[in-house]
Write a protein that binds this ligand. Structure first.
Ligand code: ACM
Length: 380
């Protein structure tokens, strides 16, 4: 009896893999916090089938290869099969062969470029049909058709720009410049880019810059005296976290497409925000990446309650098709492609560093990571 009780109280051990140091910590640390907020909430309510969730946390320090190494260590040495983690697409691609080889399950809570499928990954961030399509339409309607692309130099920005280029071109627009900067870019690296923007005079700057360099980009833009009312920076990655980092005055007037923004009115968001702000501070904003990190733990917990096992082969079919009342609204994991069906929103940064909603989809938008629904026509 004693042995049995000890056994049933054993924690469910899961891996957590986000950078809390290095140039990506500005956003990944919020994903870590979102993950821990959900785990705390679940444990405070008695855990899953009477057993608490125990996070095993490693810090990859913003180094791509460290993600794969830590994932391997988690699975081989720590006996873990479920991992929550990764922001950059390069870090996801470093973990992918590990979870495929060892039959683990990676929950990936970040928007990305699409065009990927793994039976060992659940994708809970937006794909291009859930952010880029409406963003392109909105920018063309409100600012014009001449786009300038600036991105960090790795797979997500290059691929994401290819897709945006297709949307722009098909709808009568033009890409007048395209530049990529090192992930560790410094202020001086942005000077020639700003000079080029001054010369080419686009209607909008589409940014796929990530991490600490985001603040540097927006500051360089401001230092050049550009006006967001005329030529805003539009992004898929600049969240409330990066806006706090750069300062509200620097971010004001710029645009982001995302499934979620801080301050959305819903019961689920009130509960989530209150819990997050109680733990991390009333002034700490939430953002789309931390929201996905939060709700995906709850979706995992619901599936685990049913399977009572961490076996990937049992969890996966239970997760596919499941629904959850997330802070952004009701969402689901698409049965066909393991990506989440999510809401589309477009926000403009206000003086208080939060986003005013300029557009909202009427319902959640089905995941379409290979843009199959757009293959014949992506004209608006
Ligand atoms: C990203 O690299 N998926 C933002």
């Amino acid at each position: 009896m004693l042995v049995k009780e000890a056994k049933t109280e054993e924690p469910w051990r899961v891996g957590v893999l986000f950078s809390h140091s290095g140039f990506m910590a500005v956003i990944e640390d919020t994903q870590l916090r979102g993950t821990l907020t959900a785990i705390d909430e679940i444990n405070d309510n008695g855990g899953i089938n009477g057993r608490p969730i125990e996070p095993v946390i490693y810090d990859p320090g913003s180094e791509t290869a460290a993600f794969g190494r830590h994932a391997n260590r988690m699975m081989v040495e720590d006996g873990i099969s479920t991992i929550f983690g990764c922001y950059t697409s390069s870090s996801r691609k470093s973990v992918l062969p590990v979870v495929e080889r060892l039959n683990g399950l990676l929950w990936y809570p970040t928007l990305y470029e699409g065009f990927e499928f793994s039976p060992n990954i659940i994708y809970t961030g937006a794909g291009p049909n859930q952010n880029s399509v409406e963003l392109c339409r909105y920018l063309m309607e409100h600012y014009g058709k001449r786009f300038y692309f600036i991105g960090s130099d790795y797979v997500y920005p290059r691929m994401s720009n290819k897709i945006m280029w297709e949307f722009v071109r098909t709808n009568g627009g033009e890409v007048v410049g395209e530049q990529y900067l090192n992930l560790r870019a410094k202020p001086k690296d942005f000077i020639p880019v700003m000079k080029d923007i001054k010369e080419t005079q686009p209607d909008v700057i589409f940014s796929t810059v990530v991490g600490e360099a985001t603040s540097t980009l927006y500051q360089a833009y401001m230092d050049c005296g550009f006006d967001p009312k005329v030529m805003p920076i539009a992004s898929l990655t600049t969240t409330e976290a990066e806006i706090s980092d750069m300062g509200f005055d620097v971010g004001e007037g710029h645009i982001t497409a995302a499934p979620y923004f801080d301050g959305l009115e819903s019961e689920a968001n009130s509960t989530f925000s209150a819990r997050y702000k109680k733990r991390y501070g009333a002034d700490e904003p939430t953002n789309m990446c931390l929201e996905a990190a939060y709700f995906q733990v709850h979706m995992f917990a619901k599936a685990l309650e049913e399977t009572n096992s961490l076996d990937t082969d049992l969890l996966r079919p239970t997760i596919l098709g499941s629904e959850f009342e997330a802070p952004q609204g009701k969402i689901s994991i698409n049965q066909g492609c393991s990506h989440a069906d999510l809401w589309t929103r477009i926000g403009k940064v206000n003086r208080g560093g939060r986003f005013d909603i300029m557009y909202e989809s009427k319902s959640r938008v089905s995941a379409d990571p290979y843009l199959i629904g757009y293959s014949r026509s992506i004209a608006f």
